[in-house]
Design a protein around this ligand. Structure first.
Ligand SMILES: Nc1ncnc2c1ncn2[C@@H]1O[C@H](COP(=O)(O)OP(=O)(O)OP(=O)(O)O)[C@@H](O)[C@H]1O
Length: 227
């Protein structure tokens, strides 16, 4: 479980996360809000990519300031631009690199790589140059490379923003089917249908916390009232 206690973060003198306290235990959690409202900064605190200026973030009781390795093992992070996440030349290599230090032997590693590629529709692209994949396939690879490390929680920061409608659906369905807890930041509001909880962020604060329909209604209303 992720717990935030009076968390604040500023870039220079600009406060972008403003005294947020949360307990995130639901299976499917959405985080929505206008551009620049602080969602990514908040989400990056969930796995220690950003540490709070004040307050603390605990993952299963581990403080992200002091236990960054253990926290990263528990909390996987998927970015919106898969190109920034894919680091190896081929599909299989990119997945395999996540298993460094896993303690698995060579055969065990290949078995795990094959299984995860099959699950993400990439089995036929095993030795394919990663940079030649389509946008949708790249996002699947980015997801596969995180999932192979078997995180318990997955944070996805706008994973469908750069994708066409078909791939938005594929990624959304893939995320829905995961047994892991998923925290999804998105501007595709319809992907939140059936979620357990949706948070609306505005100017660094959580301004709504509830079910998906009510949260989307609140957010749309908030945006319509903006000059
Ligand atoms: N590394 C950084 N250095 C300085 N300012 C930053 C940095 N990262 C984000 N910001 C600023 O902090 C504010 C919040 O950004 P953040 O990315 O957290 O918002 P967001 O809600 O995720 O936005 P979007 O929906 O556009 O992704 C923005 O004004 C942004 O320009």
């Amino acid at each position: 479980m992720i717990r935030l206690e009076n968390v604040t973060h500023a870039y220079g003198d600009r406060v972008v996360v403003d005294d947020v306290s949360l307990e995130l235990s639901e299976h499917r959690i959405g985080l929505i809000g206008a551009n620049g409202s602080g969602k990514s900064t908040l989400a990056r605190m969930f796995n220690g990519l950003v540490v709070p200026d004040t307050g603390r973030v605990l993952v299963d009781g581990l403080d992200t300031r002091r236990h960054v390795r253990e926290v990263r093992r528990r909390v996987g992070f998927v970015f919106s631009d898969a190109d920034t996440q894919i680091i190896m030349p081929t599909v299989a290599e990119d997945v395999r690199i996540g298993l460094r230090g896993s303690g698995l032997d060579r055969a065990g590693i290949e078995e795990r790589v094959d299984a995860i590629l099959a699950r993400h529709g990439l089995a036929d692209h095993r030795d394919h140059p990663a940079h030649l994949l389509s946008g949708g396939q790249k996002q699947m690879l980015a997801l596969a490379s995180v999932m192979v490390t078997e995180p318990r929680i997955l944070v996805c920061d706008e994973p469908t923003t750069l994708l066409d409608l078909r791939n938005v659906r594929i990624i959304t369905e893939t995320l829905r089917a995961l047994p892991q807890q998923v925290i999804l930041l998105t501007h595709h509001l319809d992907t939140l249908t059936g979620f357990d909880r949706v948070l609306v962020m505005d100017a660094g604060r959580i301004v709504f916390d509830g079910g998906p329909e009510a949260a989307v209604e609140y957010y749309v209303d908030l945006m319509e009232r903006r000059p």
